[in-house]
Write a protein that binds this ligand. Structure first.
Ligand SMILES: [Zn+2]
Length: 502
């Protein structure tokens, strides 16, 4: 494998040039036409500074930068509405768990009340920087030009805000906060909530200060968002105050909700209401809300509850859902179903959650699971998947200028070269993209009119460096989980290798 080094000086020249007039020449362009996506073969996209000026088959005129897109697909960038933007090791939970944790890998990796203060190996400044940049480069390479960061995965939101400047991506973010954490009983391993409302309130105040200070940084690419992290870990007061602040600050709000079997039954026990009914009672199911995952709704076979009004409440309130597929599929859990939610009128978006953050893979798996769960080939039509991945994500963030290519929209665009053996004949480019292509087929990505991925590589960030540091960070995270294990098990006992090492 080859990596590109020492590109910084060349890139500076490109970036300066790209802030004039750029033409993406002669591609199959997905253009916003009469309120919907349409394909315009052999068209040119004219970009002036950070915005699309025109999509035309006429002579586009002179340009500072010309990108040849002949025979390629030119698409609006994807909008990813749920990302934990660090180097996470959740995939290590695959094939492992304990029977009492409702299929959850998160509880399996939780600390006990006796070990929760154990911090594990410390990170260096370089590791923290790389851990923040890693997901941003990864996302860009799979065509994602905007993402919602949910939870402050590198533990330093100020640094994270700076790194958004470096990667060139567009990001909504704010430090996550909550009143409680999940812990395990040190004797039995039984699951408990550890409440600390002072810490929750302090986290909320930090989030408000972050948004106040950083919203609009990097030519508007960094925007604020409020993240009361998990519904079952937040008091009603914190949730209500967060919603009110989101209105005042005019930012999106997102919470993990209806994401786990234990959470569903805890909310029923605590309030007599499902997680969705509880959010409805608190007035949080508004168009500003993006519900993280939202799988355990009434009628889901794993809730042991008949179909109720959960989906209607979400649709009527106008909240969006960030549909994360792979991270749940790995635990034997599926939404029931993507199509049923769409039919109910819910604003669906995709969110990759953890590694791998391969957006095309996430969409494709979402399609297959929706078709299997419903037993219906017509479920999850490719057109609906593509809308969910673009316009619907943008609308959930309140952005009519993202997720579509139209005069006046932001020039957030990816170009995919689909003429590859594994793709086959490209008779229907969107079908080929969603059902046959891979992230590696995306060769160029622009955000705010600037080229950030060129020939498949980030224009200024050394990917070999990201990989090297990523290995170190992953090893430290594995060690941290072991340091906090409730039974004092070693790393190898918790995470045995799939094959024995000889
Ligand atoms: Zn999540």
């Amino acid at each position: 494998m080859q990596y590109r080094f020492g590109l910084r000086s060349r890139v500076v020249i490109e970036w300066v040039a790209s802030m004039g007039r750029t033409v993406i020449q002669g591609g199959d362009v997905v253009v916003w036409h009469e309120g919907g996506h349409a394909l315009m073969p052999g068209a040119h996209v004219v970009i002036e500074d950070d915005r699309v000026a025109a999509v035309t088959r006429a002579d586009p005129g002179p340009a500072d930068t010309v990108i040849d897109a002949g025979g390629k697909l030119v698409s609006p960038g994807f909008v990813n509405c749920h990302v934990h933007a660090g180097i996470d090791t959740q995939v290590l939970m695959t094939d492992k768990g304990a029977p009492g944790y409702y299929n959850s890998g998160m509880l399996f990796a939780s600390a006990s009340t006796a070990t929760m203060a154990n911090s594990g190996p410390a990170w260096t400044d370089e590791e923290r920087r790389a851990a923040g940049l890693y997901p941003q480069v990864e996302l860009l390479k799979s065509g994602v030009t905007t993402f919602l960061e949910i939870g402050g995965a590198i533990g330093d939101m100020e640094l994270f805000g700076d790194l958004v400047g470096e990667s060139g991506i567009r990001c909504y973010a704010g430090p996550g906060y909550e009143d409680a954490t999940w812990v395990l009983d040190p004797d039995s391993g039984a699951f408990r909530y550890h409440w600390d409302e002072t810490a929750g309130r302090a986290g909320f105040e930090r989030a408000l200060a972050f948004i106040e200070a950083r919203d609009g940084d990097h030519d508007g690419r960094l925007r604020g968002a409020l993240i009361p992290a998990r519904l079952d870990n937040c008091t009603s007061e914190l949730l209500r105050d967060s919603q009110a602040a989101a209105e005042t600050l005019d930012v999106p709000i997102s919470v993990h909700a209806a994401q786990a079997g234990f959470e569903f039954h805890e909310l029923l026990r605590r309030t007599g209401r499902t997680p969705i009914q509880h959010l409805h009672d608190l007035g949080l199911l508004t168009p500003r809300m993006i519900l993280g995952h939202c799988i355990y709704t009434s009628g889901h076979r794993m809730t042991a509850m008949p179909p109720g009004d959960d989906l209607a409440l979400i649709a009527t309130g106008g909240a969006a859902v960030a549909h994360s597929v792979s991270v749940f599929a790995r635990r034997g859990i599926a939404m029931e179903s993507f199509q049923r939610y769409l039919d109910a009128g819910i604003r669906m978006t995709f969110g990759t959650d953890t590694l791998p953050r391969d957006f095309l893979q996430e969409i494709r798996l979402g399609a297959y699971i929706a078709k299997i769960v419903t037993g219906d080939w017509a479920a999850a039509h490719t057109r609906d998947l593509y809308y969910t991945a673009t316009v619907a994500g943008a609308d959930a963030l309140g952005r009519a200028d993202l997720g579509r290519i139209a005069p006046g929209s932001k020039a957030d665009i990816f170009i995919a070269d689909l003429r590859k053996l594994h793709v086959g004949p490209v008779i229907d480019p969107i079908l080929a993209l969603i059902h046959e292509a891979s992230a590696a087929d995306i060769d160029t990505v622009l955000v705010n009119g600037r080229i950030v991925i060129e020939d498949g590589w980030h224009t200024s960030i050394n990917e070999a460096w990201l990989l090297d540091i990523g290995e170190r960070v992953g090893a430290k995270q594995r060690a941290t989980i072991a340091a906090r294990n409730w039974q004092g098990k070693s790393e190898d006992e918790i995470f045995p290798q799939t094959l024995p090492r000889i």
